[in-house]
Structure formats: structure tokens, C-alpha cells
Unconditional design. Structure first.
Length: 294
């Protein structure tokens, strides 16, 4: 291909990606730079003064933020593995054993198509201590009704259950795509060798789904550390900060307390946490040979 013609095609290609670059730069890259800058100031929406690392030092003395970090890590640990495990089990059942999967798959994926606020309102009705569905069922079974979202020991667990429900269907769809990419002749050869269903699952399915699992894990970590809508809508961080998360603290400091500089430092700290976990995950994937995503 002549050099001039190649350059012409290059310019056309750059033209096609220009809108995406402009949108990303305007709404992601530039605001990130401003956030990093303001994290070193006492910006309060009206004025700012450079204060160095004072905001970052304050983070580690802030009991509310430390509690939020603990809650965020608990939420991530409690939702990621359960949601991914249930998604894998459902994908395997619907792909191999349950007839009518064209009906069941959309049903399980339905939570991902519903507005998160609408989902929160539905779960608020389920958890309602007086007229909620959950307490009604518990009462029929002879159990003791609970103040689900008002109990310091149960509130975060309730948020986690909703998080699992909301993400399980997406994990199932992605795992299904991965399952359909596994060559059928591997299972046929395993059957000839006398391998049972569980042996096939652990020796063939799980190893060959490693790239899919890796992708879902990275995306789930990022999403879990950014949890906010459920907390803000259902508990607003209560009771007694039992459900407050890092993003919830960022919102409270930035948009309720107008401590934009301090909120920016918390946002940068969250960025560093998620980046570090993602890089560690990629390094682990590189070692196992599963970091390449299709």
C-alpha cells in the first residue's frame, strides 16, 4: 500500500476515535487531574488553599473513613465470590442440564436491566420491618421478625444480599459465553475415559474458564469498591455507620459537608486502592497464564 494512502487511512481512523477521546478526556481524564490537584488543597467550593499532604494524613485519623474502608472490603469480599460462584453454577446448569434456558437466562439477567434505584425501592419493601415480604414469610414459618436495615449486625448483610442478586445474572451471562467457547470434544473424550460430571467440571470447565473468571473478578472488584446507590438509598450509611462505604463518605464530605479537598483526597485514595488490587490481580493472572482476555 502506498505511504500516502496509508496515511489517509490513518487520518480516517483517528477521526473515528476522536469523539470517544474527546468524551473520555472531558469527563474522565480532566476531572481526574482536577481531583488529584484539589486533594492537596482545602477547597470548599468557593475558595482553596494548598495544604500539601494534610488531607491524606487526615484520612488515617478519620474513624468514619476507616469504618467505611472496613465496610467496603467486607462488602467486596462478601459479594464478589458468592455472586461469581452462583453465576458459574447457574451458567453451567442452564447451559448443560436445564431445558428452556432461553426463558431462564433473561429472568436471571433481569436485575441488570432495572434501574438501581427501582431495585433499591423493591428491596426496601422486602426488608420493611412492618409490612415487608421477608418478615411476613418469617412470621408464617414461626420465626422472629427482624429490623433488617435498622439492625447494626444485619444492615450490611442485607446490602450485600441485594448486591449479589443484582450482579449474579451478569456473571451468569458472561460465564455462559465462556462455556460455549469450550470445545465439546474435550467433554466427549472425558466421558470416554469415564470422567463423571463433577470431574469434568473441575478438570475441564473451571480451568478453561480461567480467563473469563479473571475478567469478571477484576470488573467485580472495581464495581464493589464503588458501591454507593444501594447504601445511599436504603440506609444512608446507617445505622451508626454500619453500612457506610468509601464512596458514601466521599459524597458526604464533598456534597453535604462541602469539604471538596478532603473528599478529593478520599477519591484519590480509592483510586489507588482499586488500581493496586487490579495490578496485583493482573500480576497473578500473568503468572498463571490467564491474564489474556478474549
Amino acid at each position: 500500500m502506498p505511504l500516502g494512502r496509508k496515511s489517509k487511512y490513518d487520518r480516517i481512523g483517528y477521526l473515528f476515535i476522536l469523539p470517544n477521546v474527546l468524551i473520555y478526556g472531558t469527563f474522565i481524564f480532566v476531572p481526574t487531574l482536577f481531583t488529584i490537584f484539589y486533594s492537596f488543597t482545602n477547597f470548599n467550593l468557593f475558595q482553596w488553599r494548598f495544604i500539601g499532604f494534610a488531607n491524606y494524613q487526615r484520612i488515617f485519623r478519620d474513624d468514619f473513613f476507616i469504618t467505611a474502608m472496613k465496610n467496603t472490603f467486607l462488602y467486596a469480599a462478601g459479594t464478589i465470590f458468592v455472586s461469581m460462584t452462583l453465576g458459574l453454577i447457574l451458567a453451567n446448569l442452564l447451559n448443560n442440564f436445564v431445558p428452556g434456558n432461553k426463558i431462564f437466562r433473561p429472568l436471571f439477567y433481569l436485575p441488570n436491566t432495572v434501574s438501581i434505584i427501582a431495585s433499591c425501592m423493591a428491596w426496601l419493601y422486602i426488608y420493611n420491618p412492618r409490612s415487608g415480604v421477608l418478615n411476613y414469610i418469617i412470621g408464617i414459618l414461626g420465626g422472629t421478625p427482624q429490623n433488617w436495615l435498622l439492625d447494626i449486625n444485619l444492615a450490611l448483610l442485607c446490602i450485600m444480599i441485594m448486591g449479589i442478586w443484582a450482579t449474579m445474572g451478569y456473571n451468569m451471562i458472561v460465564f455462559t459465553a465462556g462455556l460455549q467457547g469450550i470445545p465439546e470434544h474435550l467433554y466427549e473424550a472425558a466421558k470416554i475415559d469415564g470422567a463423571g460430571v463433577l470431574t469434568q467440571f473441575f478438570r475441564i470447565t473451571i480451568p478453561l474458564l480461567a480467563p473469563t473468571t479473571f475478567f469478571l473478578f477484576v470488573m467485580s472488584v472495581i464495581a464493589s469498591f464503588q458501591v454507593f446507590a444501594q447504601v445511599y438509598t436504603m440506609t444512608n450509611g446507617g445505622p451508626m455507620n454500619a453500612t457506610t462505604t468509601i464512596v458514601h463518605q466521599i459524597y458526604q464530605n464533598g456534597f453535604e459537608g462541602y469539604r471538596m479537598g478532603y473528599a478529593s483526597s478520599q477519591a484519590v485514595f480509592l483510586l489507588l486502592i482499586t488500581t493496586a488490587i487490579t495490578l496485583l490481580t493482573f500480576r497473578f493472572g500473568d503468572k498463571s497464564g490467564n491474564a489474556e482476555l478474549a
